[in-house]
Design a protein. Structure first.
Length: 65
């Protein structure tokens, strides 16, 4: 079973992975989290944003807005 860190990092592909790779080292130096945990948080954030976008698109399609 994948860990939370592995699940969060699974969403990092393409430009999102490059963003996470650039942000993770400096943030990990200033926080108690390690680089993998920072990448997982960024991946989870992008995943949540994608879900919100899809939900809003479906709502608009159904005429709920």
């Amino acid at each position: 079973m994948p860990t939370a860190t592995q699940a969060g990092k699974a969403g990092l592909q393409g430009w999102r992975e490059k963003v996470a790779d650039g942000v993770a080292p400096p943030v990990s130096k200033r926080t108690p989290l390690n680089e993998d945990q920072i990448r997982a948080v960024i991946g989870a954030t992008f995943f949540v944003l994608a879900v919100i976008y899809i939900v809003n698109a479906v709502r608009a399609l159904l005429g709920d807005e």
